[in-house]
Structure formats: C-alpha cells, structure tokens
Design a protein around this ligand. Structure first.
Ligand code: GRG
Length: 302
C-alpha cells in the first residue's frame, strides 16, 4: 500500500535536502563566503513545491529517481536564485525570506548578486554533468527547456513585466500573461523535466501525448499557484508565510485580488484546480501524487 501524501512529502523533502547539500559547493572551499551564502539561500527552507512536482511527474512515468533528483535540484536552484535577486533593494527590497533574513541582509548586496548568478549557472552545470535521459538529444532538449523557462521569454521576462506594471491597471489577460511567465514557467518546467528523466523507450519513457497533457497540467497549476499566492499575500500573516505579507498592496502591484476581489481570486483558483485535475483523468492511479500536489497548491495556507 502506498504511503499517505503527508509522509510522501516529508520523506521527499528530507531526502532532497541531503541531495542539495551534496550538490552545492562546500562552504569550506574557496571562495568560502560565496559558497556559504549559496548554501544559506538554498538550504533549510522553502516548501520545495517545484521539486515535489518533478518527483510526482517522474513517478507517473516510472522515471529513475536519481535522475529526477538532479533535474529537481536544477529547478530549485533557479527558483532560489530568483528569490535572492527578487528580494534585493533594486527589485522588491525585502528583508525576510523563508523565515530568515534575506540573502543581501545576511551577507551584502554584491554577495547576493553573485549568489543568484552562481546558483543559476550551477543549475545548468548539473544538467550538463549528469545523465538525465538515455537519449542525448532528449537531454539537450531538457537543458533548452529549463533555459527557455528561466530567461527573457520565461521567468525573467515575467519579472520584467512585473517591475514595469507597478502602479498600473493591468487587464486580466495582461496579468495572466505576466504570471504565466514569472511564476508559471518554472513550475511547468519542473513537471516536464521530472517526466523526462527516463529513457526514450521502455521503462521511464513518456509519449508526446503524455508530455503535452503534463505541460497543460503544469501551466494550469502554475497559474493557480500564483492566484493562491496573491490571496495569501492579503490574508496570511508574515510569521506564517515566512516572508513579508501585504507587499503587493503596499507596492501598488496589480494582482488577482486587486482585479477580481478575494472571492473572485479564490473562485479562479478553484476553476484552474478543477481543469488541472481533469487533464490528469486519463493517467489513473499513476497521477495520484500530482493530484495531491494540485490539491496542496490550491488549499495551502503558506
Ligand atoms: C529576479 C530573475 C528574477 C525573477 C524573480 C519568481 C520571482 C521572479 C520572484 C519571486 C517573487 C514572488 C513572491 C513571486 C510570487 C510567487 C512565488 C514564486 C512565490 C515563492 O515561491 P514559493 O512559495 O517559495 O514556492 P518557497 O520559499 O516555498 O520555495
């Protein structure tokens, strides 16, 4: 009998923490301060939602767990880099992240900039160094996928639109475009990378049709994640979130709550959740963890 969802999450989070510890440069290797700050930004914090999505997608197709670990680590390093840079004074200027002082507060701005830079390059180094799929062409496509999801047509592009939209009234399609890129692209990539950590034939193989469905699932759940994030920014407190609550309204940022109201945003998250679950219908029991993660993303309180 399979373990319950909470135990599955806890076991993967604990194991993945050790994976990250092993993949990050040791703090006693030069340059020590940079390496210490990289470890500070990545370890001991965060829900690890993106890695969990990669593990669940990997389990769905029967991918090799050790390969999924590497892909999930690459995604989490990109995510950690984005948080470090987003918190800097030139962007969101925040002092609290994952319940501790932000990287530039704990160290300094120049170090935080370099932490983000080196986490990003480490992510791609891992994808190039480790075997992720039996087929080299497929592995190259996975590297391309993460780069595209991260760059100016993905997360960074979404962040640029976000910075430019402060004080502006965006339409719903404009807001959706921003968030599909800023938050959604990496979540989508996590699902797709996890599902491709196998071989092109036999065990761990994934068909183009399955991949298209998982891509659609990732897109919907990535957007749902952001809608819920907007609601939590209004409703939850700083201690629960581990980051400063109420920042969006303080910064005069357009959000799903400012456009739709709290109930409207909640309804939208429910609709995206329902649609995401419908896409998984054809996968049967194999998609149980993805379903449970979709539930968690929409029902979470932090
Ligand atoms: C600076 C290049 C660059 C990009 C920044 C993702 C992002 C783009 C900024 C983060 C700011 C933010 C609060 C975005 C809203 C959604 C989001 C990504 C929240 C944080 O993700 P969680 O809740 O964080 O998964 P943990 O700490 O649990 O990993």
């Amino acid at each position: 009998m399979s373990v319950d969802f909470q135990s599955w999450v806890a076991a993967h989070q604990a194991r993945f923490e050790e994976v990250l510890r092993g993949l990050l440069p040791r703090a006693d290797i030069s340059p020590q301060r940079l390496h210490e700050a990289m470890r500070y930004a990545v370890l001991d914090g965060g829900k690890r939602v993106r890695p969990l999505l990669a593990f669940a997608a990997g389990e769905l197709v029967g991918a090799q767990a050790a390969r999924v670990d590497v892909a999930a680590a690459a995604v989490e390093l990109i995510h950690a880099y984005s948080l470090v840079h987003d918190d800097m004074p030139c962007m969101d200027d925040d002092v609290l992240r994952r319940g501790k002082p932000t990287c530039h507060v704990q160290y300094d701005e120049a170090t935080a900039l370099l932490v983000g830079d080196s986490l990003q390059t480490l992510a791609f180094q891992l994808l190039a160094e480790h075997r992720l799929n039996d087929d080299a062409a497929r592995q190259l496509e996975m590297v391309r996928l993460l780069a595209a999801a991260t760059g100016s047509r993905g997360m960074v592009g979404g962040q640029a639109i976000d910075l430019a939209s402060v004080g502006k009234a965006l339409t719903l399609p404009e807001l959706e475009f921003m968030h599909i890129h800023k938050t959604g692209a990496l979540i989508r990539a996590a699902v797709l990378l996890g599902a491709q950590c196998g071989s092109d034939t036999g065990r761990g193989s994934v068909s183009a049709e399955q991949l298209a469905k998982l891509d659609h699932f990732g897109k919907l759940i990535g957007l749902a994640f952001q809608v819920v994030d907007d609601v939590l920014d209004c409703e939850a407190d700083t201690a629960t979130l581990g980051k400063t609550a109420g920042k969006d309204a303080d910064n005069d940022k357009p959000t799903y709550v400012s456009l739709l109201g709290i109930q409207g945003a909640r309804d939208m998250a429910q609709r995206l959740h329902r649609e995401a679950l419908e896409i998984l219908a054809g996968f049967g029991e194999a998609a149980q963890r993805l379903r449970e993660l979709a539930d968690f993303i929409v029902l979470r309180k932090f």
